[in-house]
Design a binder for this molecule. Structure first.
Ligand SMILES: [Zn+2]
Length: 326
């Protein structure tokens, strides 16, 4: 009986590790951090001085999912809920999509490609107002959603392999692999560029992610079929807890079969994040913001973050594994 309950506890830990955060906290923070280095001189000083904020707050939207029911759908889109040719039928703008499909259905299946242009607009406004705190806050959050859009399993209803017996694959792809190999990735991704048509650009990211989701699942399915169960998982200590994780060998084999896909998507996410920031600044009329000044966190923001962090920590302690929808 005792053994049985500890097995259950360990499985829960695997599931939580598996599906709670897109790119994991590690991935999101690295993407935002490295995106700063794509910026032109006229923006770089300000972003570099505040890189600590941009990095740390890359994960606020994931934390906020527990405190704000509106948050969850902003991180994904289940493209395959929309028929055989979803990209032909899905309207590209929020207004048209609401008119055709309805807000409830859209939110149930995720709205990341509609939320990115909205965040770009907010960031543009913050640049226009030269509101330096809001620039940092919206830049950090926009970076998060752009990062999520690059994850193949954020674009399918089978987001954690739950429909194909591959439970845990979400975190395997987006957390375990980058956390294992990400320090060796090449983050020289070039210079941020101006995005002429942010809506089309966003949908192209979704198309690429969706196109890759089949490989993400199929490659693991094939690897699983030829791997003995006791080679697939291992136990690792995380602080005072022992967690069940995909073994080092299994992770290495999967990563090799993916042929650099995780690194490629992370690099593409990094340049896209820098380009969205740059585009907001250009669209705002290229305001002078380059003074190397550390921006203080506002009191309102600190209070909001304290509350979000409290709820988040409690939910994590209770072992609530948030799925792709919640
Ligand atoms: Zn997310």
């Amino acid at each position: 009986m005792k053994l049985k309950s500890s097995v259950i506890a360990i499985s829960i830990i695997l599931i939580c590790y598996g599906i709670t955060h897109a790119w994991g906290f590690w991935g999101h923070q690295h993407i935002n951090n490295k995106a700063v280095f794509t910026l032109p001189k006229s923006m770089f000083g300000f972003f570099k001085t505040n890189i600590g904020f941009i990095t740390e707050h890359a994960v606020d939207p994931d934390k906020r999912r527990y405190a704000d029911p509106e948050e969850a759908p902003r991180h994904f889109i289940d493209i395959d809920r929309y028929g055989e040719h979803p990209f032909d039928s899905l309207p590209r703008t929020w207004k048209e999509a609401v008119a055709k499909i309805g807000e409830d259905t859209l939110k149930a299946h995720g709205i990341v490609p509609y939320h990115i242009p909205k965040m770009l607009y907010r960031l543009t406004q913050a640049f226009k107002d030269k509101d330096k705190f809001k620039i940092l806050k919206y830049a950090a959050e926009l970076g998060h959603y752009v990062g999520d859009a690059h994850v193949p399993l954020h674009c399918t209803r089978n987001y954690n392999g739950q429909l194909t017996g591959q439970h845990g694959i979400h975190g395997f792809w987006e957390s375990r692999i980058p956390e294992t190999y990400g320090d060796d990735y090449d983050y020289f991704v070039g210079r941020a560029h101006y995005i002429k048509d942010p809506i089309t650009y966003t949908w192209n990211i979704i198309k690429e992610s969706y196109a890759a989701h089949d490989s993400v699942l199929q490659i693991e399915r094939e690897l699983n079929a030829k791997t003995a169960a006791d080679r697939k998982f291992a136990f690792e200590e995380r602080g005072s807890t022992v967690v069940k994780v995909y073994s080092k060998d299994y992770t290495a084999e999967y990563n090799q079969l993916l042929n650099g896909m995780v690194e490629r998507r992370m690099r593409q996410a990094t340049i896209a994040v820098g380009s969205f920031w740059y585009t907001a600044w250009v669209n705002a009329g290229m305001p002078e913001i380059n003074d190397p000044e550390v921006i203080a966190i506002t009191e309102t923001f600190q209070t909001e973050m304290d509350s979000i962090n409290n709820i988040y920590t409690n939910r994590k302690r209770m072992g609530s594994g948030a799925g792709h929808e919640d």
